[in-house]
Design a protein around this ligand. Sequence first.
Ligand SMILES: NC(=O)c1ccc[n+]([C@@H]2O[C@H](COP(=O)([O-])OP(=O)(O)OC[C@H]3O[C@@H](n4cnc5c(N)ncnc54)[C@H](OP(=O)(O)O)[C@@H]3O)[C@@H](O)[C@H]2O)c1
Length: 261
Amino acid sequence: MMKDVVIGIIGGTGGMGRWFAELMRGEGYPVHCAGRRDGMRPEEMARVCNVVVISVPIDVTGAVIAKVGPHMPGESLLMDLTSLKEEPVRAMLNASGCEVIGCHPLFGPTVICVEGYNVILCPARSKAWFPWLKAIFERHRAVVTVTTPEEHDRMMAVIQVLNHLHTIHLGILLGQEERSIPALQPWSTPVFEQKLEMIRKIFQDQPDMYAEILARNAHLERICTIYRDTFELLEKTVRTKESSEIINLIGRTKEKLWPKP
Ligand SMILES: NC(=O)c1ccc[n+]([C@@H]2O[C@H](COP(=O)([O-])OP(=O)(O)OC[C@H]3O[C@@H](n4cnc5c(N)ncnc54)[C@H](OP(=O)(O)O)[C@@H]3O)[C@@H](O)[C@H]2O)c1
């Protein structure tokens, strides 16, 4: 355990902020949480805490970083938990002169034990704090990947943009068929239930967060083009009504998805 570490979390009253606060309190560090109304103001937090964590909704992340960044002393750490990395990390570098690490836990705040879960770290300007943070996640047996914000957002174009685009599309399609989810439930298979749960998470829990994740990823245009072109190919294939054509398409793709060693 590193001595004299005091952690401040802007957004510590919300889901991921609370999760990170628990993790750090478990490590024995004092943690101060702030929201819009409660807790320290940015200037005070930068003075009292040598680690300040940004965990606020994506659309206000830049503004919050701009408020706290200039007050951070050079030897302190400014980090975030945002689901995107290019914009927030650039903002943290520009607003401060201190150490900067982008962090994206690839799970939601209901995860209690991080063992086996993926965590992305982007050490953008860091010497002392990076080994400290990485060691904490590794001690809890999280799977840590160290990368750049650019690579992170390129991978999230698949894991988040393509994936959520697909789920939102399915939700809209179900709505167009005028089938309510409760009406579909007695007819559902286990796999369909899993898909309904993904739709529910986006449409009911946090539509704002998912909208920001799509809208702010620099690769959105490319993903939309792939999505449309691929559906055209699939549509053309199924409309032949030849099962062999469909099997062929699946077979060609299977080789790409699981290449032979
Ligand atoms: N949820 C996930 O599954 C997940 C997973 C990985 C990463 N993330 C990332 O984690 C971050 C937080 O997401 P979340 O799901 O924890 O959101 P959340 O539950 O809505 O919490 C947002 C927090 O931000 C605070 N806040 C809102 N506006 C603020 C402002 N203008 N100034 C200061 N504080 C403000 C809120 O405080 P008050 O309400 O008390 O004012 C609350 O503590 C986002 O960047 C998200 O991309 C989320």
